[in-house]
Design a protein around this ligand. Structure first.
Ligand code: PRX
Length: 648
């Protein structure tokens, strides 16, 4: 048995949430209203799925026209809150438009740069940008590529698109120009929104330069709106480029919010899958608002006085759901930080928490392990007494990191919400609530209204053994397809087991019904919580003129969870050298972005393959990690397995 699994199997500690916190929690208040007496009873009630989500909707949204039916389910496509008229902006912004309450407390990376933006100001900014975009001909259904760092204009741009009924597609600012180009071409974007440059670890990153490179071959893009972030000199195309501050200055601060169908698309977000091409995951207005809103309200228990910090990047689903939409729907104050956690020193985060009295912090296991590595002296300088709840997301959290987070950051009084979910699910699916007894390393149980299980290869539920994590019933914030790729949608999620959503993760359910997520199955890597397809890295490598074939695998990494190791066969005549090793790592960075940069580049003369020519990553991984490779006699070239140990 694998060591990690053994550790998890032996993890028997249970941490009960503080009584007062549980008693005063939002979920407990709702339970009292509904005369539900226990957590178990709540989960039981949640099995009445359409009832539950109908009730959840009442807590979160105000439809412009009510729905006729909670759910319509056909060929694996869901319509939730059928025929309701809605726009997520009604709840995220319009209803707060006169409030002086702070929506975002923003800190730039350079010290001392702090902006506080009220709901009222945010509303004005969004309306001005929406009007300016309208002038450029943007209308309902158009796709807009947003390539921005963590500055207030990022949520503003997303909301302005949603207001007009246009579909935003945010590309993480750490992705390369080529990755941005691939995405805006796939969705045929009409407009892009970016900035001059931004700060990261004390340096500036030239995003406009990357954008220009992306737009060299992006025929559908007519205009680029540029936010002035650093004021650095940038190249300018007068036929295409417009300054954000100039076009918004002239625009009116009042723009009608487009009335949409509850099931109209809100955004596309690309994520890695099993092929080299990223998948455009589509989310819709109504169900997504209900799902993200109720999970944030119950899991992180946000109240009017809380200061919430979801320390993710809004370029990922975590930021879409829990920096932008759900916190605004709930009307809370959120922190946004532009820069690196260790700039200028490794205690920047703890300083931010004390400065703004953050009460709920949501981050990733990679960040937690990084802080463990920096050392406790950086934490001890700060009080952190404003914290009352903590969260973790993106990858499995090992019990050691969990306990450290609980004790060092939460001072033993803040329950940790280890939330399992995905770009596709839109909201937390397997997660504790502030009333759930916690086991370190387990994401505990499904949220009410979500039905999850673990199946063996025949589709039978199994307990206390690893299997495929599945969701058994549609849920409101679920994906509504893959953009322009219905076949892939069916094949990836719905064809393995009938009428069952395949998450692509391996998990185990223990005797108490607690879920222990063990990680992705073999075709997707999780590096520092970022999802990267093995085949994306491989296609980047084979696009290099000297590479014939390549395999990318994940190796365990103490901080990042996984690091990328690539095994490369060079073309005839190419010579192995240290320069080439560096060049290949840089090549992947250029094609995809820094997050995909291989930590190890190995040269080999052959790679193990099946008879049909498929490279066996699983076998490579087992061999190089010194594990059992299983039966390799059916491979077309079993001798390649031993040769891996001679890789240069
Ligand atoms: O493997 C699971 C892991 O992250 C995957 C989804 O990645 P992405 O779509 O990028 O979204 C990340 C943020 C929601 C999942 O399939 N994952 C996410 N949360 C957890 C997790 N693995 C273990 N525990 C979690 N809490």
């Amino acid at each position: 048995m694998e060591k990690d699994l053994l550790v998890l199997l032996n993890e028997k500690r249970v941490f009960n949430p503080p009584k007062k916190l549980a008693e005063n929690s939002n979920v407990m208040k709702w339970m009292k209203k509904k005369k539900i007496k226990s957590y178990e009873e709540l989960l039981e009630k949640g099995k009445n799925i359409e009832w539950f989500w109908g009730e959840a909707a009442k807590e979160i949204v105000k439809w412009k026209k009510p729905y006729k039916k909670v759910l319509e389910w056909k060929d694996h496509y869901a319509k939730w809150f059928v025929d309701a008229k809605y726009n997520i902006v009604f709840d995220a912004l319009d209803k707060h438009k006169n409030k002086k309450k702070i929506a975002f407390i923003w800190e730039g990376e350079p010290k001392g740069e702090i902006k506080k933006i009220s709901y009222k100001e945010l509303n004005v900014q969004v309306n001005k940008l929406a009007n300016a975009m309208k002038k450029l001909g943007i209308k309902k259904g158009d796709r807009i590529g947003i390539y921005l760092p963590m500055i207030p204009e990022l949520p503003t741009a997303m909301l302005a698109c949603a207001k007009l009924g246009a579909i935003h597609s945010v590309v993480f600012s750490g992705f390369s120009a080529l990755a941005f180009r691939e995405r805006i071409n796939d969705e045929e974007a009409k407009l892009v929104i970016t900035c001059d440059s931004f700060y990261r670890k004390g340096k500036t990153i030239p995003l406009k330069k990357f954008t220009d490179e992306a737009l060299m071959e992006a025929p559908t893009v007519k205009n680029a709106i540029i936010v002035k972030r650093t004021g650095e000199e940038i190249p300018w195309n007068p036929k295409r480029d417009l300054w954000y501050h100039e076009i918004t200055k002239k625009a009116l601060s009042n723009c009608k919010t487009e009335l949409m169908d509850s099931n109209d698309p809100l955004f596309i977000l690309y994520t890695s899958g099993t092929t080299g091409k990223p998948k455009g995951i589509i989310h819709a207005h109504g169900g997504y608002a209900v799902g993200t809103g109720i999970t944030l309200k119950w899991v992180f228990d946000l109240k009017d006085k809380d200061v919430w910090w979801c320390a993710a990047d809004a370029g990922w689903i975590t930021g879409h759901s829990y920096i932008v939409y759900a916190p605004l729907i709930l009307g809370v104050t959120s922190v946004i930080y532009e820069g690196s956690p260790d700039f200028p020193k490794p205690d920047r985060w703890w300083e931010i928490i004390d400065r703004h009295k953050v009460s709920v912090l949501y981050t990733s296991p990679t960040a937690i392990r990084m802080f463990m590595h920096f050392g406790e002296e950086w934490i001890e300088k700060h009080s952190l007494k404003s914290l009352r709840l903590l969260g973790s997301v993106g990858e499995p959290i090992n019990p050691e990191a969990w306990i450290w987070y609980y004790e060092m950051i939460g001072k033993g009084k803040c329950p940790i919400m280890d939330t399992w979910w995905q770009t596709e699910t839109g909201n937390h699916c397997i997660t504790p609530l502030p009333i759930t007894p916690l086991k370190p390393g387990s994401a505990t149980k499904p949220f009410p209204g979500i039905q999850a299980d673990v199946f063996d290869s025949k589709g039978k539920p199994i307990v206390n053994a690893g299997g495929e994590l599945v969701l058994l019933h549609p849920w409101p914030a679920m994906l509504r397809g893959i953009y322009k790729n219905p076949e892939k949608y069916q094949k990836t999620y719905w064809e393995t087991y009938p009428e069952t959503y395949l998450a692509g993760d391996v998990a185990r359910i223990d005797q108490d019904g607690y879920f222990w997520i063990q990680g992705r199955d073999s075709d997707v890597l999780k590096v520092a919580g970022h999802r990267i397809g093995n085949s994306e890295i491989e296609s980047a490598l084979v696009s290099h003129p000297l590479v014939a074939e390549a395999a990318a695998i994940g190796k365990p990494d103490e901080i990042k969870g996984e690091k990328i190791a690539v095994y490369v066969i060079l073309k005839k005549g190419a010579e192995i050298s240290e320069e080439l090793r560096k060049e290949l790592a840089e090549h992947v960075t250029k094609e995809i972005g820094k997050l995909a940069k291989p930590s190890e580049v190995w040269f080999v003369s052959d790679l193990p393959k099946t008879r049909s020519g498929k490279i066996m990553r699983r076998v490579i991984k087992a061999k190089v990690l010194g594990k059992d490779t299983g039966n390799i006699s059916t491979l077309s070239n079993p001798e390649a397995v031993e040769e891996l140990l001679q890789a240069k």
